[in-house]
Design a protein around this ligand. Sequence first.
Ligand code: ZN
Length: 544
Amino acid sequence: MIFRLLIYLQLLVFNYSFSIAKDPYPKNKNIDIINYAFSLHLNDNDDIIDGKAIIDLKIKSKDVKNLRFDLISINDNKKGMIISDVSFNGAGVSFKHTNNELKIDLSNVEVLKNNKVRINYKGIPITGLIIGSNKYGDRTFFSDNWPNKARNWLPLVDHPYDKATCEFIITAPNHYQVISNGLLIEETNLENGFKLTHWKQSVPISCWLFAIGVAEFAVQYVDIFEGKSIQTWVYKQDRIKGFYDFEVPTKEAMQFFSDYVGPFAYEKLANVQSNSVGGGMEAATSIFYGDNSVTGTRSVRWRNVIIHEVAHQWFGNCVTEDDWDDVWLSEGFATYFTLMFREHAYGRDDFVKGLTNSKKQVYKFYDNNKYYTIVHNNLSDMKDVTTGYIYQKGAWILHMLRNYIGNKAFKDGIRSYYKNNFNSITNTSSFKEEMENASNMDLTIFFNQWLYSGGNIILDGHWSYNRKDRKIIINLEQVQNDGYLFEMPLEIGVFYENEILPKFEEIKLKPGAIEFAINSDKEPINLILDPNIKLLAEWNFEKK
Ligand SMILES: [Zn+2]
């Protein structure tokens, strides 16, 4: 009876919630990775990395008969990784490494609750760890895992859903310095001209956020935020310019996100110049910026990249999408919280400039992608995991939500969402629930039309003044012609002669042509749609 009731309740819940989209990764919720410790030997004679992975994991079911990890196999060009041996709780086990998958057979070993897997491997990474010259011709090693390239140099569960702590124990020629996630545990000169550097990340993160950088760096301990070190790591040639550029605005951004969203989750925050990325990469506690990020001018473009990557430490890194279908929870949020910091630090005009620019990019992409949805519908190809559209329209959706439910409910909802998913994984439905609880509103239509459907609003209309009835008559219609129609409030500014401030009116957009009348004793000189930049829409609107 209880069983049947449960099924009934589940059906009921399912009908009133969104269908759960899933990317195709073979998740195994019976296995929980606790810690990865990667020991990597790097050298200057060739690009072979010699690796040992020790993986601590919990196995939650007796039905687990094998373990599966991602690791790119060796290809015809002799690049990729070869595994020499694998052990499980100290004993050798049989394994198969084919088609970029490592499968470890557990049928003949005793499986405990807490287990230790050890994998010895070596090879030349095809990608994922970029070994080569930086812009000064110096040899460097920089990781580039996004979104699923970690498997090129590390054996792991290469998907965000299973967060783990990590350690990197790097031995490299002693002219290099090594940066990685978390805190520096050890740095020792070995006798043969090599140096051992051990970094330990004690807060669990998704593996696209694992990072190492090995180069001849200039390193500055810039500041402290709530007891945690803020650091700059740039190429030694860029010492003066790089220290200048990265001195701001990391601390200010950390302060703002801490105050608005909730506490910073990690142990330090380093800004790192690297040649493995073009723009920025939010690796937890060690953010990477492209070769050309150091300009010595504190350029606005790179300033905004810094804010975006710092915002990711809260959204994407600390609170993480459990599926690539929900990647907007990372990129849309980092993009909008960058705008919110700009509003806070540089003022309303800079915020509006960002929103306007973002809207332009949305409509440019939309022109050729009318049915594209922000939450993916069972993403099958990882090359499609994000587009600029997810960043920009994702940001706009948060902006509209903030205006729709009000500043206070928005902030309360964000704080609760962050707190309840701290260092964990989540999805769009939970975010919706948090925002509904905070606002006491049903947001089903809002989430459906903006996140799970395609389309965008394009309005066509006009206004006129009826002198006899003393009314302004507004006619509007959604003409996007993409099959989608929206329900949203639209603010209208009514401007009169010799009055600086307009009178604000709100109308409700809905499917079909709408006519709306505003009482007005005198004829306005102009009507402006959305004067406070609250709605993602384009329009053609004139006086008739
Ligand atoms: Zn981002």
